[in-house]
Write a protein that binds this ligand. Structure first.
Ligand code: CDP
Length: 203
């Protein structure tokens, strides 16, 4: 039986950590849909056409270690504006969501466009300063030479582009449970998310 958990939110809000933990807790599969856009963005940095790259995307492309860089993140949010790119990625996401045994998908438009009938919808957010600080720690930890100011500018620019685009903009679904992680530890944020999903499983 399928059970779909949609987790959306702005850049670096903690969706990845929460999604992985929710998936592990319930034994569901997890898809980080941002990786699809990052993989397409990475291909455009190599000179490929975005729509061609989206249509030709191979799941193996998602395993590329370089997809987490800020440069690829910006390219991802640029290709994510293109309706034909988004369209090319719909079937893959919906098939993943419908798998037996349950699935968690995290992104920007999962609860609104990809899986509007998801069983549980979460919108995970935090202040821009908090999100930038966490992303800075993550990237600096990986040895990337980047300043906190650059990371904040990247996060703010992506949020603006993601929220203002015409197709599938970043927004909370009306029926999503909003979790602001600004003042929560990882353990608290994960526990809040798991409790919200549990409530949807046992109404
Ligand atoms: O990890 P982070 O929150 O920084 O970004 P991500 O989830 O990997 O997404 C990278 C970019 O892909 C976003 O800034 C969006 O422009 C785009 N994206 C999207 O448009 N729709 C999704 N479902 C997921 C990501």
């Amino acid at each position: 039986m399928s059970f779909i958990v949609a987790i959306d939110g702005p850049a670096a809000a903690g969706k990845g950590t929460i999604s992985k933990a929710v998936a592990a807790h319930f034994g569901f599969a997890h898809l980080d849909t941002g990786l699809l856009y990052r993989a397409v963005g990475a291909k455009t940095l190599l000179g490929q056409d975005a729509v061609f790259a989206a249509r030709a995307l191979d799941p193996v492309d998602l395993e590329d270690d370089t997809l987490r860089t800020p440069e690829v993140a910006q390219a991802a949010s640029q290709v994510a504006v293109v309706p034909a790119v988004r369209q090319a990625l719909v079937d893959f996401q919906r098939s993943f969501a419908a798998r037996d045994g349950g699935a968690v998908l995290d992104g920007r438009d999962i609860g609104t466009v990809i899986c509007p009938d998801a069983d549980a919808k979460l919108f995970v957010t935090a202040s821009a300063a908090c999100r930038a600080d966490r992303r800075y720690q993550e990237l600096a930890g990986k040895g990337l030479a980047i300043s906190p100011e650059q990371v904040l500018a990247d996060v703010v620019a992506r949020d603006k582009r993601d929220s203002e685009r015409a197709t599938a903009p970043l927004m909370s679904a009306d029926d999503a449970i909003v979790i602001d992680t600004s003042d929560l530890s990882i353990a608290q944020a994960v526990a809040t998310a798991i409790a919200a999903v549990k409530a949807k499983r046992q109404p």
